[in-house]
Design a protein around this ligand. Sequence first.
Ligand code: ATP
Ligand code: MG
Length: 202
Amino acid sequence: MKKRRIGLLGGTFDPIHLGHLLTADFVLKALDLEQIIFIPANHPPHKTNLQVTPAQDRYIMTILATTHNPRFRVSDMEIKREGLSYTIDTIKEFVKEYGEQVEFYFILGADAIADLEKWEKFEDLLKLCFFVAATRPGFMDKVLEAKKRFGNLGENKIIWLDTPELNISSTDIRERVKQNLPIKYIVPDVVENYIYKEGLYK
Ligand code: ATP
Ligand code: MG
C-alpha cells in the first residue's frame, strides 16, 4: 500500500511571504503530497542573537496566510514546546503522532540548504524523513555534496527539486516596512493588514 505523504515546512515566518507559499504549493504538487504543515519555530537556534517577533504574531500570520488552502495546515508544536526549536525533536514528534504509515518530506529552501552543516544530528534526521531541497540549479552543488556525504542514506532521502524562485526574504520585508516601502504582492493581503494593524517591524 502506498504510504501517505506529508510535507513539513519549518521556518521563522517573520513574516510568512509568497516565496514560502509558492514553494509549498509547488512541492505539494510535484511530489503528490497530501498536505503541507507549516511549523513556525519558537526560537530558532541559529537566530538566538537577533530580535524575533513574538511567536504568537508569527503564528497568527502563518494561519492567516494559509487558511484558504485546504491542503495547508499550521502546527503550533514548536511554539508550544519550551526552549529552542530543534528539527529532530519536531520530526520525532510527528513520526510518533502519525505512525509508520506516513512518509514525511521536510522542505528546505536555498538558505536552509546552505546551512546544512550546522544542523544538529542531520544523519539522524535522514533516518526519519525525506529532505526536499527546493531551489534553483545554482544550489545543486550543495545538494549533491550533502547527498554524497551521507552515502546511501543521502542518496535515498535527499531529493532535489528545481523550484520556481521568488527573490523574497522575510528580512527584506521587515526592512521595507521599517522604511515605509510597500509590501503588497510580496505577502498575502491578510498578512499585510496584520503587520500594519499590529505595528510590526517599525
Ligand atoms: P529570514 O530572511 O528572516 O531568514 P526567510 O525569508 O528566509 O526569513 P524563513 O522563515 O527563514 O524565511 O524560511 C523558512 C523556509 O523557507 C526555509 O527553508 C527557507 O529556505 C525557505 N524560504 C525562504 N524564502 C524563500 C523563498 N523566497 N523561496 C523559497 N523558499 C524560501
Ligand atoms: Mg531564512
